[in-house]
Design a protein. Sequence first.
Length: 120
Amino acid sequence: MHMTFEKIDPPVAPTEHPAYRAARMVRELHEQNVAKIDSGFIFTKDGVDCSAELRAASLEQIAQCDIIMERAKDMDPKLWEPASLILTEVQATIGEEREENIALGASLPEIGNYEHEKDT
């Protein structure tokens, strides 16, 4: 299996500050972990129950996300523009590289295949 760009959804115009959106999504993941732990799910590391430590760390991350979200929600949308310009440039570069790889008949390595360039 090779990585392709066909299954990647194009980005949509931001309706909220990118930092707010990222913090909201991270917060939701930590809330899910806390909910799992509270419902009896046990997280282990090297065979040892680390659920209490993970729960405490998740609650700390939720608090940090709340701070980021509070600060980001009042930011002027004009401040989003530099990030949008950079994203547009990155997308153009990816498109150029993709077209070049297709023209050369090259394929991209599998996701997670970090040994594809390893000397043997």
